[in-house]
Design a protein around this ligand. Structure first.
Ligand code: ZN
Length: 344
């Protein structure tokens, strides 16, 4: 089958259409005919090469997808051929201590579709039965592909790790990515007061349309910590979600309230930081990491999507043949929301 991905790691010039074997579902597995795939920053990192991660090559990218059930292996129940479904890209073994304790996101053998396995930007994907969910009736295939990774990531980061409570102040640092557009909605659903902070005023302001209470712009002259401190009425921010890294994390830490939580979900602009630990102990603050979600968190997200309380934000949708253009969208200054690729 045809896929979109790469043979050799590198930059966007390495992207190409590849031929990979049709996957065959084993016992307990489902094969889905993909109708739409969606990309995340993760795909860029997989293309560039993640230290310590060896991928099968040629490699098909894409962690998000939606489509129709094509076939399934022995022992699969509760699905019919042709049923519209979406994919949970979080893959766990179901047998380790973390899985048995019900927090599959901490699985010892945790994998992500398209990173550790062949991805969704192709004709068929095979996943365990527990990764296949009915596509909510109100969602198109494109929306069904746009939702899973970013909403499950935002949900775990804000609900389970961040512990956001009604009335608390939540700031989301960086505004154009899919996770930010999901996090604004999740934080509002939790009853928080929400600010989006970005270097781009226009991007931050677009978050107002998703329910954010404030759009904040920061720069060298007006740094992030000062902007957030002012917004919080000099009390500090209860929960800050940061996926930027080196340029923002030390500033985010300075803007936390007493007992505040800085939740790091990525490091797109660099992973090494210098922190003033006095800020951590004096304010009794926490620095927490979060990635993906467990089965219960995913189910919660899906229920809110089905009820229309959360909605996927699509930046753009490309025909399969324009996969490289889809990737280029990540660098567009006006990119806002998810980038979707039609299946071949
Ligand atoms: Zn496990």
């Amino acid at each position: 089958m045809r896929g979109f991905g790469f043979r050799e790691h590198g930059g966007l010039d390495r992207l190409e259409f590849v031929e990979v074997p049709d996957p065959v579902p084993g016992p307990g597995e489902v094969r889905v005919r993909i109708r739409a795939a969606a990309f995340n920053r993760l795909d860029r990192f997989t293309l560039e090469g993640i230290p310590g991660l060896t991928v099968e090559r040629p490699h098909v990218l894409g962690s998000d997808g939606a489509g129709e059930v094509d076939s399934f292996g022995e022992g699969v129940r509760g699905l019919r051929k042709g049923e519209k479904v979406l994919l949970n890209p979080a893959i766990w073994d179901g047998t380790c201590e973390a899985c048995r304790a019900g927090d599959e996101a901490l699985c010892r053998n945790f994998r992500i579709l398209g990173e550790h396995t062949q991805g969704s930007a192709t004709e068929f994907a095979v996943l365990p039965r527990r990764n296949i969910h009915p596509l909510p009736a109100r969602l198109s295939f494109a929306e069904g592909a746009a939702a899973p990774l970013v909403f499950e990531t935002a949900w775990r980061a804000l609900v389970s790790v961040g512990g956001v409570a009604p009335g608390q102040r939540v700031a989301i640092v960086g505004s154009g990515g899919g996770v930010a557009t999901a996090a604004v909605q999740v934080a509002k659903l939790l009853g928080a007061e929400v600010a989006v902070a970005s270097r781009s005023r226009s991007k931050a302001e677009r978050a107002l349309g998703l329910g954010a209470d404030a759009a904040l712009e920061f720069s060298e002259e007006t740094p992030l910590d000062r902007v957030l401190w002012q917004w919080s009425g000099k009390r500090g921010v209860d929960v800050i979600l940061d996926s930027v890294g080196t340029p923002t994390v030390p500033r985010s830490m300075r803007a936390l309230a007493r007992s505040g939580r800085l939740v790091v979900i990525g490091a797109t602009a660099g992973a090494i930081v210098e922190l003033d630990l006095r800020l951590v102990f004096w304010r009794q603050a926490s620095l927490r990491g979060s990635t993906m979600a467990n089965a219960r968190e995913f189910d919660a997200v899906l229920a809110h999507l089905a009820a229309g309380r959360l909605r996927p934000v699509i930046d753009s949708q490309f025909p399969f043949e324009r996969g490289t253009d889809a990737f280029r969208r990540f660098d567009a200054p006006d990119q806002f929301g998810k980038i979707v690729l039609d299946a071949p």
